[in-house]
Ligand binder design. Sequence first.
Ligand SMILES: Cc1cc2nc3c(=O)[nH]c(=O)nc-3n(C[C@H](O)[C@H](O)[C@H](O)COP(=O)(O)OP(=O)(O)OC[C@H]3O[C@@H](n4cnc5c(N)ncnc54)[C@H](O)[C@@H]3O)c2cc1C
Length: 495
Amino acid sequence: MAAIANRMTFDVVIVGNAALGLGTAYFLRQQDPSVSIAVVGPSHRRGAATTTAGAMINCWAEIAHGQFENPALADRAELTIAAHGLWDAHAAALSEFDAEPLKVGWTTYILNNALGSPHEVRAVDYIIETMSKRGVKHDVVAPDSVPWLKPEQRGQATRVVRCPDGHIDSRKVLAAYERFCAARNVVQFDATVDKFEVGMRLPFGSADKTLTLSDGSKLTTKTVVLANGSFAQALVDQVPGLRREVPRLLWGAGSGIDVTFPGWVHKYGGLDPTALEIDAVVRTTDRGGACGVHLVPYGRGEYYLGASSGVWFEPEHQPRLHAIHVLMRSVVEEINKGFFWCTVGLRGPGFRPVSMDTFPLLGQSHLPGVWFANGTKRDGFTLSPYICRELARDILSGQSALPKRFAPSRKLISFKNKEQALDDYVSADLGGEIQHGLQLPPYAHARYRDAIRKTAESIYAKRGIEGFGIHPELIHLYENDEFYAACNHPRDKAV
Ligand SMILES: Cc1cc2nc3c(=O)[nH]c(=O)nc-3n(C[C@H](O)[C@H](O)[C@H](O)COP(=O)(O)OP(=O)(O)OC[C@H]3O[C@@H](n4cnc5c(N)ncnc54)[C@H](O)[C@@H]3O)c2cc1C
């Protein structure tokens, strides 16, 4: 590091101090002890996705129906599978920097029940098929053989699949990264980057990037990594060349709940004491765009219950009532009645970094030295060791196994093809509405599906979109004129 007054120069400046930012600093330092590295991010981490996540190491349970039949979606899934395999060693290596050993709690139970939509049954069929094909050990277990699965009558499970996904407390992982940085000469700034200038007065290839921090200090560098999630858009907007070429980042808002059994339940017993014994993640699959209802055990009768989901154009910093309501009802109805007595604390909203095609933004942009570790949406914590390791390799040596199709300066990648995207939109919409209480008389199902599809088709028609599939969670951004004007971006043809 070189310093003149409050101006400092580093080889690499990482913007963002959560899973992707600190993870990149960790792997850069592991791979090169001599490079000078700064990480900028506020210690409060307001709105961070990483600290709002449960956090599941979610790989197999996240696979969506038809995932491997589409090249971009298949690449996305392969990233998660590669990351899944790194976690044991990663947690063990980070343990040196934590007060107690960091360990992934493996095992996840996936539930199907009559409260989900037909789409969930199809998703679990596909997950089982994929795991079987790939020789991944899993079991389909009888619901009544799981001792703590005690839902209400209407939420009885119809199928339970035990798979090798896991969980680890993301806050402990971040704390270990911070201690690592402090011990290994990675400079951490408790601030935000408020101003980002590229190539001002200096030729590309020199320390031509200037970042002005909220405390007024200035960092100059040749290499910047934008790893500050959805917040990165405010910096991208300051560099017109980037803004034009990189799909916009949106706010994938999600809240969760910390649920805790009070002391008196431990002492005297509650409604159903088996609720204290859940030692693995219990979850549904994706529901209407959210990562399903999921319960993550932290031990001692403490759990994380997540998560809501909505892709927004602007952030909102308070959880919405309907989002929290769904989770509270679901845990009792679908997992264990004993949760009735729990105390609750709200987490979030945190913002999943969602790009305008929902695919990640990984690697160097068309502007030399401006890198992205971003757009990881709802499984970026799981992905982080793999993405950060490969990104660090790319920065240092120009070699990386990250798929080129996710390079940040690109056209929008089609979500499947238009017809498939419309089908998925109908399923996703229905899944979301059922979660919020929709009940239809038998004769109205087909009519309801048709109406949803027609609405979506009219949005495609309004924007003249053919040969491209819009991800179901983004279609409202194409509907609203103001959002569309801000988010519209060149589109690649569906393959
Ligand atoms: C409710 C919820 C549940 C989730 N559950 C899971 C899960 O179970 N498993 C999983 O794998 N993933 C999960 N995810 C997704 C996952 O959390 C994200 O994909 C991932 O954590 C993104 O990490 P990040 O470091 O890119 O961004 P973030 O975690 O959002 O961190 C961005 C950081 O940048 C900082 N920052 C913001 N602005 C600036 C600035 N101007 N300058 C410097 N720093 C700045 C912020 O303070 C923050 O610390 C979940 C997300 C949510 C919201």
